[in-house]
Design a protein around this ligand. Sequence first.
Ligand code: DGJ
Length: 758
Amino acid sequence: MTTTTSTTSATTDSGPTAVGRTATRPAAAGTDDGRAHEGLAGVHLTAGGVSLLLDVADGRLPAVVHWGAALGRVSAPEARALTAADVHAVVPNEVDVPVRLALLPEHHTGWVGRPGLSGSRQGRDWSPLFEVDELRVAAAAGAPEPERDGDLLTTGAARLVVTARDRVAALTLRLEVELAEGGLVRLRGALVNDGDEDYDLQELSLALPVPGRGREILDQAGRWGRERVPQRRPVVVGSHLREGRKGRTGSDAPTVLSVVVPGTGFERGEAWGLHVGFSGDHRSWVEKTSGGLQVVGGGELLLPGEVRLASGESYEGPWLYASWGDGLDEQAGRFHHWLRARPQHPTSPRPVTLNVWEAVYFDHDLARLVDLADRAAALGVERFVLDDGWFRGRRDDTAGLGDWVVDADVWPDGLGPIVDHVTGLGMEFGLWFEPEMVNEDSDLARAHPEWILQTGGRLPVRSRNQQVLDLGRPEAFEHVLGQMTAVLSAHDIAYVKWDHNRDLVDAGTVGGVPGVHRQTLATYRLMDELRRRFPGLEIESCSSGGSRVDLGVLERTDRVWVSDCIDPLDRQQMMRWTEQLLPPELLGSHVASGRSHTTHRLHDLSFRAGTAVFGHFGIEWDLRLATDAESDELRAWIAFHKEHRELLHTGTVVRVDEHDPSLWVHGVVATDRSAAVVALAYVDRSDVSPRGRFTLRGLDPERRYVVDPVTIGGPVRDAATLPWAGGTFSGRSLAVTGLQAPVSMPEQVQLLTVRAVD
Ligand code: DGJ
């Protein structure tokens, strides 16, 4: 989410309204709004197998006529007919005109569900009626120019910008809708206060209607150490409302909130999903009214008084991402396609990483860390990350946050010796920060207790012994920026692990008024500024594990830490569902010690590594405790990952809907379908043995493939004697006939490589 001009409250000390002051329109600077069009009744955006047909007739806000499978060529009369066919019947005891549901649902139409805009000037101007002043369309780079047919405009990937006004309420609304080449829809709204009096904005959300055949809701929940757990329930009249009030995305975030046709799985079944690309408080919902309409919507969740627009000021909401797919794989694929097409998407091979957290925790000792680095380099590790514990007073988790200077007691010669040693071994060096946080036991808090986010004349309840630093205050922002800049300038540091280990509670800024909104924007600015100062610096978004996984933070970060739970059994499920939004190369995915520090379960190295190998691979294990045999096996897994990471990190994610819930089959197929890496993950014991055949989807039906079990660490029990190992099969027979699943103990994984031979 961006603001529009340099005048934001985060650079003054005047209050929490992090908004832009703008004369006429709240456009993000430098965006191409394309050509203005007049007299249109419809706009048909179609790309990547998706159509978004919008009714824009009569100067009204755009309303979705169709969002889903591509419609092919649509003529102007057909578009008008489709629009007419979508008009809701007037039924007794409802308003006398059909309710028209725009992207910003408007109460004045008779829509009695959640309105898109909530706000007022002391009770006035709360139910606006917007009339479109201007509609502009710009084709995406490389896409064909829009074609006009009477009152219909047809485009490929494109961006539509609508500016609308309510002159009575003195408000200007700007809506942006984009369809990307891969079929992902992005939309956001912005509001300008054209009046003389302040406008108290409570909510600016957008919603997309979804067809009634979508009768189930599928989203995600979770908790610390067990993020992104799917949950399903029927759509009923009323709302399924997910509110994130934690000041961060949250381990329980819905991630992708979908309405699905019953029976939808990874392979097939329509799914209309929404993701709010924002790392602060947010809201998304599915709502069905007794009038038979149902929507999926979302936006930022604003706290009381958090955004009060003075005359001429604007607020711009976060991007919402909407993905339709026939099957959850297709829905996920549209997110992956969009992310991979971004200029900042990491394209270099993702360096195999060693993070020292679970190896040493706060026990920093140069000799021990040098030893770890030597062992890591010898195994083929490419990046070494020094985690929490390096800065002043940080001997445990009760002190030190906020003082981003090297602890001279533990590091008498500074970080130079470890950085030089690591880089001398040919590895990159990464360093942990938690820039938004402060311990009361820190020099910073002692000097500036007022910089702690707080309200009511008291400090918030502690969480992990810490408080949150008010980055919306320019002095606090400059303090952190300055200290981080000093550390990053002093050393050759390629990577920052950016942590955030508590929810925001009672997060009041200057005057005690809510500060979550401006804190979130300040964090984004801090990340942006550090990236500007240190080009090429990579940032990992970590937050008590995977509590900040969203497309807002991913505009300025290069991977996420999926979870603090590295137990491979849990990771199988977290990878599976985090991939609903993110492609594997963005998922920090490590091999930990045999006994999981989080669950205390014990797992073979082959299960740990065979699980982690799909993501941005790494190690989080005290390698001094690994036996020689384990080190040799780990070296082989690292080599395997390096051999296949280009495929794994560019290919298409496939998750197979297996008949046996104890066996999860998933993999990645090369974009040219010449090869694949597949996992048979035995996540439980089965009621039957053997389990029968599994299938592999996504290969070219006409080509023939050799399928080989990967035998690093020894195959699962009978894989060595598999009758089909090394056999040649067509892509079609692998998809529809399949192969007998090897018999295995539970909590094991058998990887397969699949290679086209013609
Ligand atoms: C939480 C993170 O998820 C861990 O990986 C680790 O960095 C700790 N914080 C350090 O305090």
